[in-house]
Design a protein around this ligand. Structure first.
Ligand SMILES: Nc1ncnc2c1ncn2[C@@H]1O[C@H](COP(=O)(O)OP(=O)(O)OP(=O)(O)O)[C@@H](O)[C@H]1O
Length: 419
């Protein structure tokens, strides 16, 4: 059902849902658009509406081919809407969940695109603060890039900042998605451009390996890992990519690459990555299966966050639009910031736990393995049934007429020509 948004836009159909609102397919004076209608509780929050108006020129001024442009921001009664470029394709989360891991070439090319978009935003003084696969849209209507890689655009600029808590509550609460949070955010520092680099390197790792470097399990455990752990090298990861990922996951924000440099360094890798197959990643230590330490369990009780592995998949506009499934996954999660003491105790307990934890697969990888196992069992059952049917047919054809009928409880005999 069509609905008017302000005086210039009409929306027709829901194409995705996120934690901050619903994205609609719409029409504006210059053609089709995507309209993100913010959640009612956000739209009626006067502080947020004020910030929305304040941020208008910064967000609508960001014009770059690797960024989903915001054309307009509409405040109309209880509606608060962002009018954006319509991207015909899918989001990176959906692609990743479908493929498990991406080839090094495609992963690197996609992340280089996003780094270029970030470079433009950072130059304009805008920090994204919620870089993750859900916020990378793959434009399948655009001509592909190197080696057929889909072209990527970063979306959702400034939303995290809009819904962020005021400065005074930042000391106690974190806005973001746990798997991608830079350590300095967890420690309560003001998020600067380097947080986006950390998150983007996390996404690159995830595309290559199939899971994030510090994700899985309890939110408290995830936060602790960001602050205290280093990522162990991954077998088979091309050296050049590994060096870039390690630099960008540095705990000290100043040691990370800048976005423009990251884009350039990634593109330099493309020629050597051409033709490499996706990494055959062995079973990893599975943080998803870590038993929360007592300190983390305490954190759990007061945690209002969404949990690290509640993923929501929302397709971007497919080439032929179709309604996307409903979703309940929270992101832009508001988490209680753990105290320094809690973080320290997570670290101590983590060391003890690590030695006791057997290698297991990550949550998503296990899901994939489970699915494959189920498919194998199904195929085996089908083959078995087909074999039995063939044997039965052969038996019935060879047996004297009536023999099968004579068997107690046997199926009606297949009558064939007399032998
Ligand atoms: N400009 C756009 N063009 C086409 N589809 C879009 C566009 N923006 C968002 N979408 C689709 O709508 C879905 C929901 O987007 P939204 O930005 O609300 O949530 P999200 O980024 O996935 O999650 P969250 O807001 O919780 O971080 C996306 O996954 C994407 O599939």
């Amino acid at each position: 059902m069509a609905r008017k948004i302000g005086s210039r836009y009409t929306v027709h159909q829901v194409i995705g849902r996120g934690s901050a609102g619903t994205v609609w397919l719409g029409e504006g004076p210059d053609g089709p658009v995507a309209v993100k209608l913010l959640r009612e509780d956000l739209a009626t929050d006067q502080v947020l509406v004020g910030r929305f108006v304040q941020e208008r020129s910064a967000l609508t001024g960001l014009d770059h081919p690797r960024v989903v442009g915001v054309h307009d921001m509409v405040v109309d009664g209880d509606d608060l809407a962002l009018v954006m470029d319509l991207v015909r394709g899918t989001d990176l989360r959906t692609r990743l969940e479908r493929e498990g891991v991406l080839s090094p070439l495609h992963a690197t090319s996609i992340i280089a695109d996003v780094a270029d978009g970030l470079a433009a935003a950072h130059a304009a003084g805008i920090v994204h603060r919620d870089v993750k696969p859900e916020n990378v849209l793959l434009d399948l209507a655009a001509p592909p890039g190197v080696g057929g890689s889909p072209r990527a655009k970063l979306t959702d600029f400034g939303i995290a900042r809009l819904v962020d808590a005021p400065r005074r509550t930042r000391a106690t609460r974190i806005i973001g998605t746990p798997d991608y949070l830079a350590p300095e955010i967890i420690e309560g520092l003001e998020p600067r451009a380097a947080v986006d680099i950390y998150a983007l390197a996390t996404v690159l790792y995830e595309l290559l390996v199939g899971h994030t470097p510090f994700g899985g399990g309890h939110t408290g455990a995830v936060l602790r890992r960001h602050v205290t752990e280093n990522v162990p090298p991954v077998a088979g990861m091309p050296d050049g990519l590994w060096r870039i990922i390690s630099e960008c996951l540095a705990k000290a924000p100043a040691s990370r690459l800048r976005a423009a440099e990251l884009g350039t360094r990634l593109r330099e890798q493309l020629p050597v990555l051409a033709g490499l197959p996706p990494l055959a990643v062995p079973a990893q230590r599975g943080p998803a299966d870590e038993v929360p330490s007592p300190a983390e369990a305490v954190y759990a009780e007061t945690d209002t966050g969404g949990g690290a592995h509640r993923r929501r998949r929302g397709p971007a506009v497919p080439l032929v639009p179709a309604p996307s499934p409903d979703s309940t996954r929270d992101t832009h999660t508001s988490l209680r910031r753990p105290s320094a003491q809690e973080l320290a105790s997570y670290a101590a307990e983590s060391r003890a736990q690590r030695s006791a934890t057997a290698p297991v697969t990550s949550h998503r990888r296990r899901k994939l393995v489970r699915r494959r196992r189920m498919a194998a069992v199904l195929i085996a059952v089908v083959l078995l049934l087909a074999g039995a049917a063939a044997a039965w047919t052969a038996f019935a054809a060879e047996a004297p007429a009536g023999a099968a009928r004579a068997l107690p409880g046997a199926a009606p005999a297949v009558t064939g020509p007399p032998v």
